[in-house]
Design a protein around this ligand. Sequence first.
Ligand SMILES: Cc1ncc(COP(=O)(O)O)c(C=O)c1O
Length: 402
Amino acid sequence: MPGRHFLHIPGPTNIPDRILNAMRVAMEDHRSAAFPDLALPLFDGLKKLFKTSSGTPFIFPATGTGAWEAVLVNTLSAGDRVLSPRFGQFSHLWIDLARRHGLDVVIQQEAWGTGAAPEHIHDALKADTAHAIKAVMVVQNETATGVTSDIAAVRRAIDTASHPAMLFVDGVSSIGSIDFRMDEWGVDGAITGSQKGLMLPAGLGLCCVSVKALEAQKNARANNPLRRCFFDFDDMLKTNKDGYFPYTPSLPMLYGLREALAVLFEEGLERVFARHHFLAGGVRAAVLDGWGLQLCAQAPKWYSDTVSAVMVPDGFNGGDVIKRAFTRYNLALGAGLSEVAGKLFRIGHLGDLNELMCLGAITGSEMAMRDIGIDVEPGSGAAAAEEFYRKADAQYMAKAAA
Ligand SMILES: Cc1ncc(COP(=O)(O)O)c(C=O)c1O
């Protein structure tokens, strides 16, 4: 049916027309005297996004996976030990990447639907008296299950164990949508991609590293370094300082990034976070109060403000809901991945969104569920979300005005 496509997967997200227009540029000389006027402010903008004054951001023509790799291969030596909780597909994939680079990953298995357990991280670090663990890798927002972990608490766990490990955080589906504080939380390597909170196409792997991580980079280089070429921070540092890149950058993506940062800063990061929390509240009301279904996230402390993973009742397949929503209602929902394949569908609620767009996704999900025989009350999800949005409105507006 004609009309707008409803894109409600947890990335890529809707691209505001303003950003699309900004990306429609003629090609230009990326080594010209004018180019630094575009490039240099991007680094300042990213520092603001990551909330750091001392960190060093990097912009790779890659994706979040590339940024995962860049942080690891630059700061660690072959065979180094790292600690990582695993509680979903993305924490699993990052661990897999680390292992394929020859890192010795100590995995802390947590239940899917929960997140990083600071007490487990504390205990593992406390027991590591030889300080063999060089870094802790945590996914802030596990997109596969709709779970957000408390990074400030992870930092405290590292500090109370008096352990010098670096803290690397995957913020691919949180940075720019959920609060992230690189300096305050002592994050040594922050990672994101362009296609989620930044409302751009996929195509940039963005990361930011602390002074400590840059020091580690020098040591790793001197001491059995992991192999790297394309992702070498040193090549970037040599050229970035003057506003250039060691290879041909993607101009539309850089212009798009400039506009995306402007869009986020004009709304204000705190307001962006408040809006995501508000919109997520309506989706959760639809799932829990309206439909009477469960979220994959096992308790409110894990609820993600960017994606809700909705468990389908026994005997049904989440894939069928997704297929019906897509083919009949022009609505894209996220699939269950790996261990939760078929058991859930995901509603992405991040990026350029408002209440009515979320209500569209809720109504479309509800219709698709009913079409395949799931017994949810017609209109129940939308009604619960509407009431949530109406009642929580004053609170949200007050936060937005603050
Ligand atoms: C939490 C998280 N980490 C990493 C990735 C991988 O990012 P990309 O697909 O941009 O390589 C994703 C992708 O969805 C993600 O959600």
